[in-house]
Design a protein around this ligand. Structure first.
Ligand SMILES: [Zn+2]
Length: 390
């Protein structure tokens, strides 16, 4: 096999049937719903094979019923994505496949050395895709990276092409226009079954609002977030939180540190049986029948307020779950519906359409007959009282 480009310990090869699983290949991905389009890719042979298997069963991309955004000049940074209608929590804003894919890590040390590889990939883009790529912003200096690598580093979204794969970088030209906020109102995830990115609202967005995602770990203190954003994207974050006066900023950082603590808990979603530790502590306590959960409700509400103040609603799902589970045991239908709906929409925003979404809808249709242990606390409390009276 002959190398197309060779250098810096890296050999770029044309894919053929004799390729080794660990050969780095110049190849492309084609999907059954768009047979005429090949997405140029620079990936290992094993990645190509894994994705191609996926592609054979790939589902058509689920698109929003209407496009709820436009791309226009932002007051903060170049172009931005703006809502053209009100968008509810969990709603799909955009789905998009990449126009170009590469390994995220290259063996070559210098970003400048990678430019020729990108030139080969760029040459294989369709003409409209070349225009889209060329129009993307480049925040890297010419000393740091060539023009194509600079655009990839500025706009590339890191994703796994198949479950368990090492990170790759994809260019999604519309999604790339979504700017950063430390309290983002949208979140993106890569859907393996459609091979498209899905951007969903993490809180309700009003018509005219700019749509934001976060480019860095938003649970770090502002000073670290700003340093990372400056280093990787060459801008100073001027979001609502980073521009707070010093004392308020310290409070914001403290709330985020607290949120980082609770976001460590991982629960298996699906049939609605998962439960947060604070809820279980009450549910399984010896004094359950005598302990009205008012303190638990107050502390959960406090955490929901804290997350909302930071614009980090997507991190508060565990406390929302505690609330709807507590209200189910209290047989309080109005509050159950409120928090069960909030939870359903947050999970939709975080994970897309999953069995958990269907379970939530079933329970919301008829809570009294479908939610396990409905009104259970009152029943047990009454039974205990009766037993004591005798
Ligand atoms: Zn910020």
């Amino acid at each position: 096999m002959s190398a197309i480009i060779e250098g810096n310990g890296m050999k770029l090869q044309q894919a053929d049937e004799n390729s080794d699983p660990n050969d780095l290949l110049l190849t492309g991905f084609t999907f059954p719903d768009k047979p005429d389009l090949t997405i140029p890719a620079l990936v290992f042979k094993k990645t190509k094979d894994a994705v191609q298997k996926l592609a054979l069963s790939s589902n058509p991309v689920d698109r929003p019923s209407s496009i709820p955004y436009n791309l226009t000049r932002s007051t903060t940074a170049g172009q931005g994505m703006f809502a053209t209608e009100d968008i509810t929590t969990g709603s799909l804003i955009l789905t998009e496949r990449p126009i170009l894919v590469t390994r995220a890590e290259f063996p070559a040390e210098s970003q400048l050395a990678i430019e020729p590889y990108l030139q080969v990939l760029f040459g294989r883009l369709t003409q409209p895709h070349q225009v889209l790529y060329s129009n993307l912003q480049n925040c890297k200096s010419p000393l740091e990276a060539g023009p194509l690598v600079g655009r990839l580093r500025t706009n590339g979204f890191t994703f796994s092409p198949y479950e368990g794969s090492p990170p790759h970088a994809g260019v999604f030209p519309n999604f790339a226009r979504c700017n950063h906020s430390c309290g983002p109102n949208a979140q993106a995830r890569f859907n393996y079954t459609t091979w498209a990115i899905e951007l969903r609202a993490t809180r309700s967005i009003q018509q005219g609002d700019e749509i934001f995602i976060s480019y860095v770990d938003v649970l770090q203190p502002s000073i670290k977030r700003r340093a990372q954003l400056a280093a990787a994207y060459d801008f100073t974050c001027r979001c609502k939180w980073c521009t707070l006066p010093r004392a308020k900023l310290a409070e914001s950082d403290a709330r985020r540190a607290d949120i980082a603590g609770w976001s460590q808990v991982k629960l298996q979603m699906g049939d609605g049986s998962a439960a947060p530790p604070d809820f279980l502590a009450w549910r399984n306590s010896d004094t359950f029948a005598k302990m009205h959960p008012s303190a638990l409700i107050q502390s959960s509400l406090g955490k929901v307020v804290a997350a909302t103040r930071e614009g980090l609603e997507s991190f508060m799902w565990m406390h929302v779950m505690t609330l709807y589970k507590v209200y189910a045991l209290l047989g309080d239908e109005k509050n159950f519906r409120k928090w069960r709906t909030t939870f359903r929409d947050l999970i939709l925003a975080n994970l897309g359409v999953t069995p958990e979404f269907e379970t939530a809808n079933r329970q919301l249709d008829d809570p009294v007959n479908t939610v396990p242990d409905w009104d259970h606390w009152n029943l047990v409390a009454k039974a205990t009282e009766t037993a004591q009276a005798q």
